[in-house]
Structures are given as structure tokens and as C-alpha cells.
Design a binder for this molecule. Structure first.
Ligand code: URA
Length: 234
């Protein structure tokens, strides 16, 4: 942290209190107090200072954590400690965190990890239709008919068909598939339903957040404020 502290809107958003935009609104409305004084826009906060937001003290333990993790194959998306390959032990973060949704044990790629329940809930909410893009290596040649079926919305044996997916063909047996739902084994089942099979799966994007080349497999990084805002829908 800067020796002058952090800006109050950033402090509040990192504490998981609200988005920066909402913080700015509340600051303007005079609802944010630092050490007994009403905060102005651009005010800064030091770790030793007490912040009151809409009448309630902001606890530092509430600091919001949102990590982009490059999940390797073999790691299980669970907080269950009895599962020896659980993602929480693997990441070994000093605070309590959990994965936002699941990737299969053999799936690799971008997994968000957070301590922010409402954000995780919003991202997973069926109504939000967050884009999830997967690189799929296939057992058989991918053809135009398979593409058409996936783009129309394929039946995987549930009450409702899948929503239409977006297909990008990379090679004869390699595509990316973008889906907006999170059904169990969805990508594998969709490809199976059109007569193909997934032999390797990697999530490469969630919403506007790409799995960038600089993040090594097994590593994680904290998201920037802009990325957090963008995922919050800001
Ligand atoms: N679809 C799957 O089939 N598996 C995953 O891990 C994610 C999406």
C-alpha cells in the first residue's frame, strides 16, 4: 500500500462492501466517515483508521479476495478437506476462500476463487448468462452438422435444451465452445450429443476475463480493480 493509504472508494470495494461506483455515490451522499470525519471524494484511508459506511464500521477482515487461478488437471473444485486433491489446500491461501463454480477434475483452465459470496452467487446465477469459453480437443473431426446443432441449442437429455452455443473452429479436431450456462459436465455432454467426444478441455475465458499466457498452470493472481468491477457488471 501507498504510504498515504488507499483511496476510500478502492478501500470499500476491496473490503467487499460495495463497488467503487456505489462507494462514490455514498461518499457524495455523505454516508462515509473516516475517523469521525465525513469523507470527501478522493479521501484516502490508512490501515490504522476507522471507516464507517452507512452507519456501520467496515471490518478489515472483510477484504474482498478474487483470484484468477489456472487450474491444472487432477485438482478437485471442492472445499472438502477430506478430498486430498481439493483446490483450497492446493492454493494454500492465508484466508478462507472457495471456488466460483466447478471444473471437472480432468478439466484445466480459468477458475475464479473468492471469499465474496454475493459475487460468486451473481456469476453463477442461471439468469446472468455469463459467457464461459472452452478450448475442446476432440476425438473425431468436427463437421458443419455438429456446429449447426451446437449453435441451435443441443438436447443433452434434460428437460430443457441447452442454450445456443458459439463455436470457433481452430483445427480439424479442435474448437472453442462458448456457453452461457453451467450444467453438469455440460461441454462434454454437448459434444457427445452431437456425435463427438471431448478428449481434453480447458476453460479459456469467463465473461471478459481471459486466461492469459502469463499465468502459469497451477498459479493464481489477484484480479485488478477494473477486472473486479467488470465482473460485477460495472
Ligand atoms: N463442461 C464440462 O463438461 N466440464 C467442465 O469441467 C466444464 C464444463
Amino acid at each position: 500500500m501507498d504510504e498515504n493509504g488507499v483511496r476510500i472508494n478502492k478501500f470499500l470495494s476491496e473490503a467487499g462492501v460495495c463497488s467503487r461506483r456505489e462507494a462514490d455515490r455514498q461518499i457524495e451522499a455523505g454516508n462515509v466517515v473516516i475517523d469521525g470525519k465525513t469523507a470527501g471524494t478522493g479521501a484516502r484511508v490508512l490501515p490504522s483508521q476507522e471507516v464507517i459506511f452507512c452507519g456501520k464500521p467496515v471490518k478489515k477482515e472483510n477484504e474482498m479476495i478474487l483470484l484468477a487461478f489456472y487450474k491444472p488437471a487432477g485438482i478437485v473444485c471442492t472445499t472438502e478437506k477430506r478430498e486430498k486433491d481439493n483446490v483450497v489446500d492446493y492454493i494454500h491461501y492465508p484466508k478462507r476462500i472457495y471456488p466460483v463454480g466447478r471444473l471437472d477434475k480432468d478439466t484445466e483452465g480459468l477458475l475464479l476463487i473468492t471469499n465474496d459470496g454475493p459475487l460468486a452467487h451473481a456469476l453463477l446465477s442461471p439468469g446472468r448468462h455469463v459467457d464461459k469459453e472452452y478450448e475442446c480437443h476432440l476425438a473425431h473431426t468436427f463437421d458443419a452438422h455438429q456446429r449447426e446443432l451446437l449453435e441451435q441449442g443441443v438436447d443433452i437429455g434434460e428437460q430443457k435444451k441447452c442454450r445456443p452455443a458459439v463455436v470457433r473452429i481452430l483445427e480439424e479436431k479442435k474448437i472453442t465452445l462458448t456457453i452461457t450456462e453451467g450444467r453438469f459436465h455440460q461441454v462434454k455432454r454437448m459434444l457427445h450429443a452431437v456425435g463427438n467426444e471431448v478428449v481434453y478441455l480447458k476453460r479459456i475465458r469467463m465473461d471478459r476475463l481471459q486466461l492469459e499466457d502469463s499465468l502459469e498452470k497451477g498459479a493464481y493472481r489477484r484480479l485488478t480493480d477494473e477486472e473486479v468491477e467488470s465482473l460485477r457488471g460495472g
